[in-house]
Ligand binder design. Structure first.
Ligand code: 13P
Length: 272
């Protein structure tokens, strides 16, 4: 999308959640690269691509990062993780640190997904993780979004604004400019229901205005803000046509390489 003078390269991100073994991940990687080549989709190897390009990242479980990373190495498709701890090392049994993700070739990390917030992850913890990711040079994909009861209570704006402020407080403009935000209404995740493109565009515009209030319009205009929640090949087009929406974070439909390639192709064609 074009926000005034700033050109943002669309980003299509796959969140596999708790799916796929190492063998399945490697096969998927091969198939995805083949499908993208066959469709002649122009994937940017960097966050700032050429006009007409899209950036792509796949976020498998930790256990499949090495296998998928091996297949994607040398391709423009980036590797990302689904979570990390805010400390760089230490006595944190079962946790994974940013240097370990960098070591496996990760460029992105999803933080604050609603499925983690549901298990008790707080705004404060998300903030610590965002700060740690930025310090390590990983690009955070920070998830925000209201639950159905919050939406019914008319609290969507308040919830999303609070989550954005908490995640990015005390960060400098350069770190925030590189970050990605995913607006994922919780009621639209895995349900087949999705926000209307106009409604998603409105909330994403509000997110950008919140960032502008914190760090200025230039920084806010650089941040890529995605929509997530039941994105499929046949509904991505209208989302991409919205001026504030810079891409999608895709769960279920990203598990099939052909469907995910379809989404990427449609994103490239429909980018506003
Ligand atoms: P679905 O695409 O399965 O609705 O999941 C969305 C999501 O949570 C991506 O992070």
């Amino acid at each position: 999308s074009n926000g005034g003078t700033v050109m943002r390269t669309p980003l299509i991100a796959a969140n596999w959640k708790m799916h796929k073994t190492t063998g399945e991940a490697a096969r998927y990687g091969q198939e995805l690269l083949e499908e993208l080549a066959r469709r002649q989709v122009s994937v940017s190897a960097s966050e700032q691509g050429q006009p007409g390009q899209v950036a792509v990242v796949v976020c498998p479980p930790f256990t499949a990062l090495a296998a998928l990373g091996g297949v994607l190495r040398g391709s423009p498709v980036a590797l990302g993780a689904q979570n990390m701890h805010w400390e760089t090392s230490g006595a944190y049994t079962g946790e994974i640190a940013a240097p370990m993700l960098l070591d496996l070739g990760c460029r992105y990390v999803i933080l604050g997904h609603s499925e983690r917030r549901q298990m008790g992850e707080t705004d404060e913890q998300v903030h610590r993780k965002v700060r740690a990711a930025a310090a390590a040079g990983l690009i955070p994909i920070v998830c925000v979004g209201e639950r159905i009861e919050e939406r019914r209570a008319g609290e969507t704006e308040a919830v999303v604004t609070r989550q954005v402020r908490a995640a990015f407080q005390h960060l400098d403009a350069a770190a925030v400019a590189r970050a990605v935000i995913a607006y994922e209404p919780v009621w639209a995740i895995g349900t087949g229901e999705y926000a209307s493109p106009e409604e998603a565009n409105r909330v994403i515009g509000l997110i950008r205005a919140t960032l502008a209030g914190m760090l200025g319009g230039e920084t806010a205009a650089a941040v890529r803000i995605l929509y997530g929640g039941s994105v499929k090949p046949d509904n991505i087009g209208p989302f991409m046509a919205q001026p504030e929406i810079d891409g999608a974070l895709v769960g279920g439909a990203s598990l099939d390489a052909k469907a995910f390639a379809d989404i990427i192709e449609q994103a490239e064609v429909n980018a506003a």
